[in-house]
Design a protein around this ligand. Structure first.
Ligand SMILES: [Fe+2]
Ligand SMILES: [Fe+2]
Length: 330
């Protein structure tokens, strides 16, 4: 293990945030300074999937019967009578399968974002800090994807791969990296904010979670804070410069993207429902008609909602999409 490795118990590293952009006389200069600090942090506080996780240590081994994979009682599905009445080995497998499914979705999302970031970087001139920072982020996402995939492999549980149509469709999102970067970074936050919220909550509670899960979350939370800070700062600087037409397009696209992304990140995929024969009424009770789950989704998007307000992306038409998608507080 590297000497630079953080210990699991270490308080998460606090990176520079886009707050530095607020109340600055020169937003462009503030943005460049933030980029410098993010680049420095990417050098001094970085992780590698096969260096900073001790995959072969006994405590990191993944056992499908380990009850530490069981869903907590305040998890939407974990709280249902159906789940609690399943045998031990099924409860642990459902929890583990959800954790690896979440990681697989994360790696697909990161692949799309990375393709977008490479297109974004390619459009930048020599000496561009945006170019350099985008490459740091791609490198970090690549290590996250290696880490997520290794966890999937070690679980030995079924996680179906995305089909070719999905990959083709998402190429359009990656193209935004050079054609409409503001849209790419809304998409980035749509994935990163809900993942980050779920991982921070899990990390905060971490009563009896598995050490491998803790380690993966801790690494991810630390590095994602930089990605979120960058995307927010980019949007704060650049959305006000867009034409009215493009801002309107963004205002309608944002809640649509967020509604889809939060479902992907916070509800069980179809294959898990099918594998464990989870009855439709249990899914309904846990997710579709569960006010507590709805509140979690709304809370996970609250920072992004405030950002959209600040950027003037909350016109009446957009607010109606937010509202009908269940993304606004009651
Ligand atoms: Fe990531
Ligand atoms: Fe990220």
């Amino acid at each position: 293990m590297s000497t630079t490795t953080n210990r699991i118990s270490e308080v998460p590293f606090v990176p520079p945030t886009e707050d530095a952009m607020e109340d600055q006389a020169d937003p462009e200069l503030a943005y460049q300074k933030l980029l410098e600090r993010l680049c420095d942090a990417s050098v001094s506080k970085r992780y590698e999937a096969y260096r900073d996780i001790d995959w072969d240590s006994p405590e990191m081994q993944v056992d499908q019967d380990d009850l530490r994979w069981e869903l907590a009682e305040d998890h939407p599905l974990g709280a249902t009578h159906w789940y609690r009445s399943q045998p031990d080995g099924i409860r642990s497998r459902i929890g583990l399968n959800l954790a690896v499914g979440f990681c697989y979705t994360g790696r697909i999302f990161e692949g799309i974002l990375s393709r977008g970031l490479l297109r974004f970087a390619a459009s930048k001139p020599h000496n561009s800090l945006e170019y350099r920072y985008a490459y740091h982020e791609v490198i970090e996402e690549a290590h996250h994807s290696l880490m997520f995939q290794e966890f999937v492999n070690r679980s030995g549980l079924p996680v179906p791969t995305m089909d070719d149509d999905f990959i083709m469709e998402t190429s359009r999102v990656a193209e935004f990296g050079s054609t409409f970067p503001e849209m790419l970074f809304v998409y980035a936050l749509g994935g990163e904010d809900p993942i980050d919220y779920v991982q921070r909550e899990g990390h905060r509670k971490q009563t009896r979670s598995h050490p491998l899960n803790k380690r993966i979350s801790q690494i991810h939370i630390t590095e994602e804070a930089r990605h979120v800070a960058f995307a927010r700062a980019y949007l704060l600087l650049n959305v006000p410069k867009l034409s009215d037409e493009k801002r309107h397009e963004m205002s309608l696209a944002a809640p649509t993207i967020l509604s889809n992304m939060s479902k992907m990140m916070m509800q069980p995929p179809e294959h898990i429902i099918a594998t464990y024969n989870i009855p439709p009424e249990v899914i309904d009770e846990a997710f579709t008609n569960n006010p507590a789950h709805r509140n979690t989704v709304v809370a996970s998007l609250s920072k992004l909602r405030n950002l959209c307000e600040k950027l003037g992306l909350m016109n009446d038409e957009a607010r109606e999409i937010w509202r009908s998608g269940g993304l606004l507080p009651e």
